[in-house]
Design a protein around this ligand. Sequence first.
Ligand code: GLA
Length: 711
Amino acid sequence: MSSSATLWRLDSQNSSVLLISDDGVPHLQYFGERLVAEMVIEDCTPLLDSSVLHASQDQVQMLSLFPEASRGYAGSPGLAGHRNGKQFAHRWALAQVQQQTDLNALVFTLKDEISSLDLELTLALDQASDVLSVQTSLVNTGTDVYTIDWLASATIPLPQSHTELLSQHGRWGAEFREYRRPVLPGVIDISNRHGRTSHEHAPLVITGPPGFGNASGDVLCAHLAWSGNFSLRVERLSDGDGTIQLGVLPLPGELQLAPEKRFDAPPALLARGLGINTITHCFHEHIRRHVLPHWTRSPRPVHANSWEALYFEHSVENLVSLIDASAELGAERFVLDDGWFGRRRHDQAGLGDWFVDPTIYPEGLHPVCKRVREQGMQFGLWFEPEMVNPDSALFEQHPDWVLHLDGIDTPLARHQLVLDIARTDVRDYLFERIVSLVEEYAIDYIKWDMNRNLVLAGDGARARAASQPAALYQLLDDIQAACPELEIETCSSGGARVDVGILTRTGRVWTSDNIDPIERARIQAGFLRVYPPEIMGAHVGHKTAHLTGRETSLHTRAIVALQGQYGFEIDARRLDAAERRALAYYTDLYKTHRGWLAESRYYRLDSSDDSLWASSQVAKDGSICLATVAAGSAHPHSRTGHLKLMGLAPDGHFVVTLESNNQNDIAAFSRALPDWLVGKASSTGELLMRIGLPLPIMPPQSALLICCRRS
Ligand code: GLA
């Protein structure tokens, strides 16, 4: 490092960032716990490792924020691209550094005169959430097209002690499953080529020392705010350096940068702290303050969704009776799911024809909407705008509107194809249809679905997978501008499109089509690692879960649904009076607590009993906590052990109550219950956290909802 090197520093509430550069790409010297001492560059330079092993490059190369192959870096570079096969490597010179004090950000502008490119790296450390966002942009200052094969949104040093990686993967009905693996020499490349965020790979990686836990270990999380193809690379090099790298994964030749054009890579978000729960708090805070639409801050209404109650059995009569029965359970918004439009009498036709089916609804949706309003509810409608069935009027009129590659058949999925929504005519059609329906029926909410992967995502000749999410974002922004009060949910066969990119436009998430509460408890735990609970659609389903055939009690279903934005996906007409009363009790509970829950801190709680899923939501001031415990299978021991709570005011006294009124169901399975379950109990915050609450013997598939309220 030359004597002219400069040091930059960003501080937030609990984190600090140090960056050093002489005349090239800055090095991220430090990102971690907040630093307290004042410092100058001379305090940092002695700590840079400049040792050089024999038989290696003569001068040590520091790992930069945008690694250059031209300096001998042999890992995954920041940029791979060319001009018709030439200018295959890059050498960046620092041209300008701007400080954006309002955003607590630094903007580095770098130039590569040889290949005529400008690079902009923006690092912003959010004061309140401690989330570091990295934004990378590339500008073509040359006179011919530059092809981007790979542009990293961020390349971050992997701390040396971080030898374990946690990532999330899944499938339809089983999203956000967590996997751990060691980080060994070479690259772990999690590449998503499904064209949407995908069930298969969540766009995030979490690293730490072996065995890092919910409350232990120095943990780093990196997330890519993007709803399309991506690559997440965790790489360990032979010199001991390691990187986490995230970026859009382009299809061959699809990122062509014309002269004077700019490509803004999607932002990467990073957080570092003690244990995964700290990372969760950073992300929840950041997403609440800076990502979600403003309407997510208002009380989140109780949904009643028609899908699992009716599927395609639509009729005004069916709907009116379902609306009435749902209102009795306390629902505040009725959502008419798939089946109301075009030829959509089954799942093989009609997508694309966004006109109300007059054979089912001769007066349009007006009688349905009228009943919804009479019951004091809001009205929501399902759409799957990006899709078309070959059996539809739209496809018959515009077969050229679909993504395809001339000469090769696109495989169907769910009997559907994908529209090329980056085309202006397609975009205009969808915008007109959606906005006019929203206006005609005063629609409050849209469930925006997207039910297949992109295969052969081309315009006939060239690949277009990366333009699809960008066009989607634009369409959502345009609709939101035209209908500012409209709320939009992201759904993609459940949770196949969940990321911070889509969440800037959608403020509710359908995490899975699997409403079996035992499966759902695990899915929700994965979702809640980064995304806040109040946007997590969570419905009470039927006694026998449609996706798994498992039977569970109404209490278990309601307790698990109370972890998120509570609602129903149940044929409320078929419930008996006792079930209706029991559900109405849980609905009231949701309405009582949803105010503070929407700003609460979520903790995944450790349990020595791996049959249990335990978590809690704690008010920010530590005065009240709702903890959920769900038992997936039989306990391994004859006693269940203690549940150690987290986040309570240590010096506070708390009254502990069983909020779910299922004490009798639990009592039947053991000879005696812990005292707190049979009488009024109280204890201090610190004892509840250090010793914990003894749990009763819980039968498999049961759940408890425990409240600790400061007295
Ligand atoms: C997807 C969604 C479901 C439902 C159906 C309708 O699978 O995830 O919730 O809306 O589509 O076809």
